[in-house]
Design a protein around this ligand. Structure first.
Ligand code: NAP
Length: 336
């Protein structure tokens, strides 16, 4: 079968198209023919060598959807022909994460999904929501689940809350859509006025251009009559965490999701104490989260935002597009 591998190196030449033998599924495994995969910032950072040190060569990309083409002798949850989504953290089925349940992750350290076939354990897969195309279904496991976990599993977003999302990438647009589904009001920041217009069309109440208003937290306070937002989903990290703390209300929540700006943050702790801010870090979510997310999207007929799809043969171009920062939502690779 055809597969991409990350070989030595930390630029796009590290992504090599090669051949690997197909595997027979074990007793409780599903053999899946991949139909689409989606890229995350993580995939790019791993390619560049700035996220984890995984032995190479390995198959990149964590998120995808495919069709079951063979099952092991003891498989009960799925049958040939089913369309399934592998869970990004295969051993975290439900409940609190543990060291043990979160060690293995698709697309590093485990081989990922940028290959024609993959064998996955039946307990580490969920049925793809029926209303979604392959490209849309492939976007759920990291970006969708992280937003779900942040807002609902760990957070407690309720109708009428104000939620701030940063930027218009994968996690942030899922957070926007999910918060809207829960009846919250969403304020979105972006460096691009054109992307803000699209975010408003998607349901955001107000777009805040960080090009014009670097102190975006002041605008959030203004838009909430000085009270502050109930929840900020912080994907940027760095010095901006202090701004997120300033932007939430007394007792509000800042979810630490990413570090696009920097993995090191300096902020005034007394501001967090005085305002009793809850700082919570999240790292993806469980299979239960993935199932709940799929059910919620299906019940409300909501579709993830796919920015652009690339054919399998042009996978490096998909990585380059993500790296350009021009995307709005998810970048997807489809299989022949
Ligand atoms: N903790 C977890 O479980 C988890 C899960 C998924 C992702 N993450 C992390 O979350 C972050 C976002 O991931 P993603 O996959 O959603 O990324 P993405 O799709 O590449 O989106 C990133 C978006 O954020 C905005 N942005 C970029 N650099 C920024 C900066 N320095 N400051 C503020 N905004 C910036 C841009 O939007 P505009 O062009 O609109 O400004 C960009 O499109 C990454 O750090 C990733 O590693 C963490």
């Amino acid at each position: 079968m055809k597969t991409y591998e990350l070989t030595r190196g930390s630029d796009f030449r590290a992504l090599a198209l090669t051949e690997r033998p197909e595997r027979t599924p074990g007793p409780r495994e599903l053999k899946v023919k991949l139909r689409a995969v989606s890229l995350n910032y993580r995939d790019l950072a791993i390619l560049k060598g700035t996220y984890g040190h995984f032995p190479r060569p390995f198959v990149p990309v964590s998120d995808g959807v495919g069709e079951v083409v063979a099952v092991g002798s003891e498989v009960r949850r799925f049958a040939v022909g089913d369309r399934i989504i592998p869970a990004y953290v295969p051993d975290w089925v439900r409940g609190e994460p543990t060291e043990e349940s979160t060690r293995r992750r698709l697309g590093g350290p485990l081989d990922g999904l940028l290959r024609e076939y993959a064998c996955v354990h039946e307990d580490a897969a969920v049925a793809a929501p029926k209303h979604l195309t392959d490209a849309e279904a492939a976007t759920l496991p990291i970006a969708g689940v992280t937003a779900w976990h942040a807002l609902f599993t760990r957070g407690a977003v309720r109708p009428g809350d104000t939620v701030v999302v940063q930027g218009t990438g994968g996690v942030s647009l899922f957070a926007l859509q999910l918060a809207r589904m829960a009846g919250a009001r969403v304020l979105v920041t972006s460096r691009s006025p054109a992307k803000l217009e699209r975010a408003v069309a998607l349901g955001a109440a107000v777009g805040i251009s960080t090009r014009e208003e670097k102190a975006w937290e002041a605008r959030v306070l203004e838009l909430t009559e000085g009270r502050g937002a109930d929840h900020v989903v912080d994907v940027a990290g760095g010095e901006g965490v202090g701004r997120s703390i300033e932007a939430v209300r007394m007792g509000g929540t800042v979810t630490l999701v990413g570090f696009l700006d920097s993995a090191t943050a300096r902020f005034d702790l007394t501001r967090a104490f005085r305002r009793v801010v809850r700082l919570q870090a999240v790292s993806a979510g469980s299979r239960d989260d993935l199932e709940s997310l799929g059910r919620a999207l299906e019940a409300q007929g909501v579709r993830p935002v796919v920015d652009r799809t690339f054919p399998f043969e042009q996978a490096p171009a998909a990585f380059e597009h993500l790296a350009s920062g021009a995307h709005f939502g998810k970048v997807v690779i489809t299989f022949p």
